[in-house]
Design a protein around this ligand. Structure first.
Ligand code: FES
Length: 148
């Protein structure tokens, strides 16, 4: 909380961005809980709805509790052309969840992401921000087995 309050002061002086405050909260909580958004709203005198809208724009700022492993499959052109849809369908089937959901054991969440800069090694995905590239069904099954 000390670090967050310090960042709030920096924000008020125009020395940091709102996203920096969100990232600080996500660093410790793994997501941006409503209570923290409410706290920021009061401290910054910014309407809660505006803060939520801003935070929810960024896919890397989760506004709800997620699984231990957040899988984000890239859905931009290069990955699409190289089979990201197949990878996504396979993940849904293996994990028995749909996009935006978390497995019952709280281990995996499944999301889409925009390009992650790995177009030359498509299809690609992130798991907790670590890139996995040149994906195929065998590789994805192996990755999931290692994380289970
Ligand atoms: S389009 Fe998927 S990494 Fe760039």
């Amino acid at each position: 909380m000390k670090k967050l309050d310090s960042l709030i002061l920096q924000y008020k002086k125009g020395e940091c961005e709102l996203i920096t405050l969100f990232e600080e909260i996500v660093k410790s909580k793994k997501y941006l809980p409503f209570e923290k958004l409410n706290y920021l709203s009061k401290k910054l005198d910014i309407p809660l709805a505006k803060l939520y809208t801003t935070a929810s724009f960024y896919s890397l700022i989760p506004t709800a509790k997620k699984g231990k492993y957040i899988i984000r499959v890239c859905n931009n052109l290069s990955c699409n052309l190289n089979g990201s849809e197949t990878i996504l369908e396979m993940l849904k089937k293996e994990l028995k969840i749909n996009l935006g959901e978390t497995t019952k054991d709280g281990k995996f969440s499944l999301e889409l992401t925009s390009c992650i800069g790995q177009c030359d090694s498509a299809p690609a995905m992130l798991i907790n921000n670590k890139p996995y590239v040149k994906l195929d069904k065998t590789k994805v099954r192996k990755i999931l087995r290692e994380l289970k």
